[in-house]
Write a protein that binds this ligand. Structure first.
Ligand code: ATP
Ligand code: LTN
Length: 327
């Protein structure tokens, strides 16, 4: 069975962008692949996190994985920090990566722009991400468009290791949705929707109550004109809402365009909001049930044990090939 691994940072409230760009595919792939899904807490601390908030968000993200439809009996769901092999192989990958290639990473450039001091963890972040993926010899990595560059680097590091020390790592492929790989911010369609945006009006959080969702979508910025047409270049705001709509309904992009022909934006925006509410309400109910059940700790322990078992032989072999004396 081919393998899948992905991770989401507990760096804030998960958004509709995380759901459409990544989590939905997690759920889909678990039927055909051996899957590992992590809450990447060690990545989250590459920017400052308040400890109590980090703890709460970590549990919330784990519960949202399950609420979104990931079956912990089928897939391993775990905290990155519970499997120490990530930190260890992460260090080995750091030693294989070059300053120049890490400096080119756009996520690093965006997150460090204008900051007076930038943590070194933010810089070496992609090496840890490479370790996450390579430890399990993942074939496919479901992510949003913004992670493509990190995946390229992972492939380069895997190839570098294999040629320098001996064949070990599978070269992973990104698995990116065709529409919705980059859900944009509701207040500015030139930026991706992001959970760490300080303006909550810029994103739909998966746990936003229905009225908040309606309000945020009614205030979403729209392009001038009144044609509901999927044209990301010339109509980025409306195209973003169309992507959201098609993902939260069974209506195709072409059908949406036909449905609102000659009608302007008003009715369209209302329907988008209702589709989002209908998609998120059952997920929110499952989320509450899971949090109340007190079971999260149990499935995270089980997931970590499975992951540790799968990761251990790869880490050991990587060390052996690099020339470490094995205990
Ligand atoms: P942060 O803002 O804290 O950097 P984020 O919202 O970008 O976080 P991540 O934890 O970095 O979220 O991403 C988790 C997954 O969700 C990744 O696969 C990422 O590509 C995907 N993703 C994040 N934002 C979007 C988006 N706006 N559209 C589509 N996919 C997204
Ligand atoms: N860098 C990713 C999160 C992440 C990840 C991973 C995704 C960490 N490790 C391994 C896929 C596979 C992000 O910022 N979205």
């Amino acid at each position: 069975m081919k393998k899948v691994l992905s991770g989401i940072q507990p760096s804030g409230q998960l958004t509709l962008g995380n759901y459409i760009g990544a989590m939905r595919n997690f759920v889909k792939l678990q039927h055909t692949h051996r899957c590992f899904f992590m809450v990447v807490d060690m990545h989250a601390v590459t920017v400052p996190q308040e400890p109590a908030a980090l703890r709460e968000q970590s549990e919330a993200v784990a519960a949202l994985f399950i609420a979104a439809g990931i079956d912990p009996a089928k897939s391993s769901v775990f905290m990155q920090s519970h499997v120490s092999a990530h930190a260890e192989l992460g260090w080995l990958m750091t030693t294989l990566s070059y300053m120049g290639e890490l400096e080119r990473m756009t996520q690093f450039k965006d997150k460090s722009a204008g900051k007076e001091s930038v943590g070194t963890g933010l810089f070496t972040y992609p090496a840890l991400m490479a370790a996450d993926i390579l430890l399990y010899n993942a074939d496919q990595v479901p992510v949003g468009d913004d992670q493509k560059q990190h995946l390229e680097l992972t492939r380069d590091l895997a190839h570098r290791f294999n040629t320098r020390f001996g064949e070990l790592f599978t070269i992973p492929e990104p698995y990116i949705p065709e529409v919705g790989a980059r859900i944009m911010s509701l207040d500015d369609a030139s930026k991706k929707m992001s959970k760490s945006n300080p303006n909550p009006g810029s994103y739909i959080a998966l746990l936003d109550p229905p009225d908040v969702i309606r309000k945020k979508l009614s205030r979403a910025v729209t392009d001038s004109g009144r044609e509901v047409k999927y044209d990301p270049k010339n109509k980025p705001e409306i195209s973003n809402l169309i992507s959201i709509y098609t993902h939260c309904s069974d209506i195709s992009v072409a059908e949406i365009e036909a449905k609102y022909e000659g009608q302007g934006y008003g009715a369209f925006k209302k329907d988008v909001a209702e589709a989002v509410v209908a998609t998120l309400e059952p997920l929110q109910q499952r989320y509450r049930d899971i949090r109340e059940s007190g079971e999260i700790g149990n499935f995270l322990r089980k997931g970590a044990a499975e992951a540790a078992e799968a990761a251990a032989p790869t880490l050991r072999e990587a060390k052996r090939l690099m020339g470490f004396l094995l205990p």
